[in-house]
Design a protein. Structure first.
Length: 351
């Protein structure tokens, strides 16, 4: 039986939908201050990757990331699991192996019992155990809304490093999870979601993107990122623009969580979807045959611990498909798009 206290009612945002809008983030990150020279920093603020990467010498690098957000589900234990999986997946998205995590907790102690925060931490411990890493410490503050996440460190061989801005024209695109977490989490907050849909949603958001570590060892995987708060559209634009190319999406090949389309028909759409679309609509074109109204709501839907978006050279396609199958991802072995030479629109959506 689920707890009576519903965590989502104590937060104005939900999961990765809490992210600051892309246009606002652009303004925040602007600076005239020169970055300190550091030839050991392999990935930093100059790109929009999932984690920072630092050369430790001897061909090994440290991967460092942090991620936290407000509750996306009502159950405290599940909130901890989801937030932990989401943070750890940033290391996998770089092709790395997570080794250590510390917790970030903000809790409104005058509104919610400490016992619920303890359940959040237990959920995080369970996911850390699944990733075979310790939850080794952390920091907490008294806040007006509940917030939780992790800072995670990982390791990788430098030759296995995957960035989000190194795709090549002709690369095929794969996505390892279904879309729609923002839509279904909004349905839950409004009290509309069915129990079986909530179970499916929670299971996907708690699922670690472990296959990323294996994909890091595949030379023909030219770029990789995880799809989170900016939606598939936003993260693919980052990949395509950062690599100097455009991309096309095969809309009919996208997998969508059960119930998501039905809720869209009821106009159950996260506020963050509109913010994302406002930032990306001018860079997106649609070919005839695409349900543009549906695509408008689905492609920028903010994902929480979404799938890995992978750019793969043609000669590595079979190797990647086999890895996906070995990791229980057989249903995601069909390409969802293609990296193309630069075009008028960064993204073209095809039927």
């Amino acid at each position: 039986m689920r707890q009576e206290i519903k965590l989502t009612q104590y937060a104005h945002g939900a999961g990765c939908g809490c992210k600051i809008a892309p246009a606002v983030l652009e303004e925040i990150l602007k600076t005239d201050m020169p970055a300190a020279a550091n030839d050991k920093l392999l990935v930093g603020n100059s790109s929009r990757d999932d984690a920072a990467v630092y050369d430790l010498g001897n061909g090994t690098a440290l991967v460092s990331t942090t991620d936290f957000f407000m509750p996306i589900v009502d159950d405290a234990y599940d909130f901890g699991r989801i937030a932990a999986a989401n943070a750890i997946s940033d290391v996998y998205a770089m092709g790395g192996k997570p080794v250590l995590a510390i917790a970030i907790l903000g809790w409104p102690v005058d509104k919610l019992p400490a016992s619920l925060a303890q359940q959040v931490l237990n959920g995080a411990r369970a996911i850390c155990a699944e990733a075979n890493i310790p939850l080794a410490g952390g920091h907490s503050v008294d806040t007006t809304e509940p917030v939780f996440g992790l800072s995670v460190n990982g390791l990788l061989g430098i030759t296995n490093l995957k960035k989000n801005n190194t795709a090549k024209a002709g690369d095929y695109l794969f996505l390892t999870k279904a879309l729609g977490t923002g839509i279904l989490s909004t349905a839950q907050k409004r009290g509309l979601i069915k129990e079986d849909e909530l179970e499916t949603l929670t299971a996907q958001m708690c699922s670690l993107n472990k296959v990323g570590e294996a994909l890091g060892k595949v030379k023909g995987v030219t770029a990789m990122t995880d799809v989170t708060g900016f939606g598939l559209l936003g993260h693919l634009i980052e990949m395509a623009e950062g690599s100097g190319f455009s991309a096309e999406i095969y809309y009919s090949q996208l997998q969508v969580l059960q119930g998501a389309r039905e809720y869209l028909a009821q106009r159950v759409i996260p506020d963050a979807t509109y913010r994302n679309w406002n930032s990306y609509s001018s860079k997106t074109g649609f070919e005839p045959g695409v349900n543009v109204m549906e695509a408008f709501s689905l492609l920028p839907d903010p994902q929480t611990n979404g799938g890995l978006l992978i750019a793969v050279s043609e000669d590595a396609m079979e190797e990647v498909k086999e890895l996906l199958k070995e990791n229980g991802l057989s249903q995601f072995t069909t390409p969802i798009g293609l990296i193309q030479p630069p075009a008028e629109k960064v993204i073209t959506v095809k039927a």
